[in-house]
Design a protein around this ligand. Structure first.
Ligand code: HEM
Length: 422
């Protein structure tokens, strides 16, 4: 029999796949690969081929498994690193990941819990509400400025709007003058987008960004020691854990964590979610007509495009998990981007649907000690941001091709051209 020409190409064997291969991520997360992996009980092993000094990692892809690993901090530690690699610099030069060790996101209880408790009260949903008016003001200020620079309303939703709103919101809380917020974002961007050569030329670039960032924060910290205010930086300066103040580098890296985590994430979710809405008039109508609540819209934004594709854990002991023998020291990637599309939890998981309710996504993690500190703040910020955007711009439309950040960790766009007004 002659071979039919329209038969689907055979799927690539899963064993040969390396999920750290950026080619798989050109158009966003490889959802079809994750769907196939979710059907396999054993965990998949990726060799981390592009990093000769590093060992590979296991992929945890099912909703239930992600929740189990995320909640078991004794067997699966956050220490060392939250990305695939243990080190970025193997030639003995200063390594940004070593500095990262001071952040609670890279620590386990009990120290992690004590550090988190220092700031947790400032981030409860109730306390976040106190920032509502300021957030609305920032959102409108950013749109006003963007329109001053682009009077025809044609601009980039990421660069002209997206990067500014969250940085000013968290910047205000930390006590950063608004005119410096963009500079801080630039420094933090150059550390997180290290896989994208268009944004970060080499490792030196990451270190240079940190070398500029650290003295800036050092100066702020010194200033708050002498002149305390009611901002979060002062709170960190005055805080004590086990009767001792935080070391200077701990304060600086705490500040860094809040700046990065509060920024990259909210911007990524807002801009990707708006793109989805603008591509789907039916969904947009549901939102504009008030047929769904904005709270529902926010949850679906976070489910469909979680800001961080994965976070890593490291096994502290030999353990069998999901039919797989894991050894002490093995790395595991918790693929939130996959848990959020698990058909055992979500009906039509690949469909962007703002009506979804309940929506038990893992965009803020699968639970456990590292559950996102800023979830309450982010939910409110996103709600107000969507509301103000749709109120001000009834004719908002996409106006060109979007460009993705090249990364397996950051799930976001670097450019989304839009026309704010018709
Ligand atoms: C939609 C926006 C956001 C998303 C999708 C998001 C997502 C996440 C995720 C997935 C984690 C878990 C890390 C892990 O598993 O190890 C996390 C942790 C964290 N997030 Fe968020 N985040 C968002 C907004 C924010 C904001 C506005 C802040 C404000 C400061 C923030 C601060 C943090 C911090 C400090 C941690 C570490 C918590 C810990 O280690 O206990 N996030 N976030």
């Amino acid at each position: 029999m002659p071979a039919t020409t329209d038969a689907p190409a055979p799927a690539e064997p899963l064993n040969d796949l390396d999920l750290s291969d950026l080619n798989l991520w050109k158009d966003g997360p490889p959802h079809e690969v994750f769907a196939r992996l979710r059907d396999t009980r054993e965990l998949h092993w990726s060799p981390l081929g592009d990093f000769e000094h590093e060992t590979g990692f296991w992929s945890v892809v099912r909703h239930e498994d992600i929740a189990k690993v995320g909640r078991d901090h004794e067997a699966f530690s956050s220490q060392r690193s939250i990305v695939f690699v243990d080190k970025l610099a193997w030639d003995g030069s200063p390594d940004p990941l070593d500095l990262g060790q001071h952040m609670m996101i890279c620590q386990d209880p009990p120290r992690h819990d004590r550090l988190k408790s220092l700031v947790q009260r400032a981030f409860t949903p109730k306390r976040s509400l106190e920032h509502s008016d300021r957030m609305r003001e920032i959102i409108n200020l950013v749109y006003d400025r963007a329109l001053e620079q682009h009077p025809d309303g044609r601009l980039d939703l990421v660069q002209d709007v997206g990067i500014h709103v969250p940085s000013m919101v968290i910047g205000d809380m930390l006590g950063v003058p608004r005119e410096d917020a963009a500079q801080l974002v630039d420094w933090t961007n150059r550390t997180t987008a290290f896989e994208d050569p268009r944004m970060v030329a080499d490792l030196g670039e990451v270190m240079r960004a940190l070398e500029e960032f650290v003295p800036y924060v050092d100066k702020m910290v010194k200033d708050r020691r002498e002149h305390p205010t009611d901002d979060l930086t002062t709170a960190l300066v005055e805080a004590q854990v086990d009767g001792e103040h935080l070391a200077q580098e701990e304060i600086v890296m705490f500040f860094f964590l809040l700046m990065v985590a509060g920024n990259d994430s909210t911007r990524a979710v807002f801009t990707s979610g708006m793109k989805n809405l603008l591509e789907d008039p039916e969904q947009m109508e549901l939102v504009r007509s008030g047929a769904v609540t904005l709270e529902q819209v926010v949850e679906e934004f976070v489910r469909y495009n979680p800001a961080f594709a994965y976070m890593r854990r490291t096994a502290t002991t030999d353990v069998e998990f999901s039919g797989t023998q894991i050894r002490k020291g093995d790395k595991l990637a918790l693929w939130y981007v996959s848990g959020n599309r698990d058909a055992t939890v979500f009906d039509r998981p690949d469909q962007f649907d703002v009506r979804r309710n309940p929506n038990a996504h893992q965009g803020f993690s699968g639970g456990g000690r590292h559950f996102c500190l800023g979830a309450g703040l982010a939910r409110l910020e996103l709600k107000l941001w969507i509301e103000e955007t749709l109120r001000r711009f009834p004719d908002l439309a996409l106006a060109g091709d979007a460009t993705r950040v090249s990364s397996t960790f950051l799930n976001q766009y670097s450019e989304i051209p839009v026309a704010l007004q018709g």
